[in-house]
Write a protein of this length. Structure first.
Length: 87
C-alpha cells in the first residue's frame, strides 16, 4: 500500500498541477471503512469527509489514503473515490 501511495504522490507532484496539494492521512472512523456512497469518515487530522457516489465495499481498517481536497478525491487501496469535506 505504501508503495502505491508513494508512486501516486510522486507522479502527481512531478506533473506540476493542482495535485501537488494532496497529502497522506489515515481514516480513523468508521472502522472498517467501506468506501460507499454517503459514508462519513474522519481522518487522523480531525477533518470529516463524505464519500460521493461510490460503491467499493473495501472493508479496510485504518487505511492510509492520499487526500486531494482541491480535486475532490481520495486514493485508497488503489481506488480513486470522490469525496467532499464536511464543515
Amino acid at each position: 500500500m505504501k508503495k502505491i501511495l508513494l508512486l501516486i504522490t510522486v507522479s502527481l507532484l512531478l506533473s506540476g498541477n493542482a495535485y501537488a496539494s494532496c497529502y497522506e492521512a489515515t481514516i480513523m472512523k468508521p472502522s472498517p471503512f467501506m468506501g460507499n456512497n454517503g459514508e462519513v469518515f474522519t481522518l487522523d487530522d480531525g477533518t470529516y469527509w463524505e464519500v460521493g457516489v461510490e460503491y467499493e465495499f473495501l472493508f479496510e481498517f485504518f487505511p492510509k489514503v492520499l487526500v486531494c481536497p482541491n480535486e475532490g478525491f481520495i486514493a485508497v487501496e488503489g481506488k480513486k473515490l470522490s469525496v467532499k469535506k464536511l464543515k
